[in-house]
Design a protein around this ligand. Sequence first.
Ligand code: PLP
Length: 396
Amino acid sequence: MKAKNYMEEADQILMHTYSRFQIVLDKGEGVYLYDMEGKKYLDFAAGIAVFALGYGNQQYNDALKLQIDKLLHTSNLYYNVPMIEAAKKFVKASGMDRVFFTNSGTEAIEGAIKLARKYYYKKKGDAGSEIISMNHSFHGRSMGALSITGTKKYREAFEPLIGGVAFAEYNDLESVKAQIKENTCAIIMEPVQGEGGIYPAEQAFIEGVRKLCDDNDILLIFDEIQCGMGRTGEMFAYQKYGVKPDIITSAKALGCGVPVGAFAATQKVAKAFEPGDHGTTYGGNPFATAAVSKVFDIFDSEKLLEHVNEVAPYLYEKLEELVDKYDIIKEHRGIGLMQGLEFTIPVKDIILKAVDAGLIIISAGANIIRFVPALIIEKSHVDEMVEILDGVLKSI
Ligand SMILES: *Cc1c(COP(=O)(O)O)cnc(C)c1O
């Protein structure tokens, strides 16, 4: 069957929740993707900040193949070695004490919300706590995660959502302060907002929020589902800021393609959970955690953080050149290999033309192009990307 027929079929049988690009992807190699017709694309989206290692990393693939043959799934009623190995690596890298593996980012957020509420419940002997989240944040699509997602259009049709959520302005400490109440149990934020448009937290803001939390006995939750796992040049973005959360969430590049997420906490907070408080059938099964474990190994052996810190400034510089060249580019933001260009016009056409020209990029909001490539990209890939994008922008 031809790509066109597949797409027509898909439009009949899949829920219409996405406006998909008109391509059927078939295989990946390094930082390139190929569609069914064999057309090659340079990928600067990496499956939405997922494929940190690029496509077809042999060590990673071999580890997964071995685990498939050995033991794919057991459940959380028993121990298994890949889960324990992955947990050790996760707590070491994140500076947290205890971790719970989930199947996705949104479930990691659900777990973090539940843990914060349980911690408050144990402390006060009373439920009814509130969480403060940020406008323009994105935390996922399940009902709890949606409740704390700061974009009204995502939430509206699904109300009533979970209660006890207040929203504050990102990078505006006074607005956070104004939302604090006696029953506030946690403040959740992305150290670098992703979907909301690639907005890094200002140093004074993130430090200020930490202090507000300390002064008011409130938990600080960092959603590092997109900005974590090396994207900023540190394993977790909070390490870049030197401001440590009480709870952290991870997913996306954590499994580099295998659906897995995690939430982790300091001992003091994690202790609030007792057997029966939370669970999942698949979460952290041997297959998923074999991936996580191997991802951490490869980050080490391939010195990926060093590589990010080497190539990211080059990406920054090259995007700055585009800012200078085109008046329709309003602003350039980002840290490490998580950068964005804000345009004065909607970027949909630019992105479609780029894809046509063999470059996969994605938006983050209507006017922002987001660059979240595999962490293994080389400067030559940056050059190639900029050349294609420059060609597209010339034609706009
Ligand atoms: C993608 C994302 C989520 C949701 O993760 P899913 O795996 O899609 O459920 C949550 N928070 C942030 C910051 C994200 O980027």
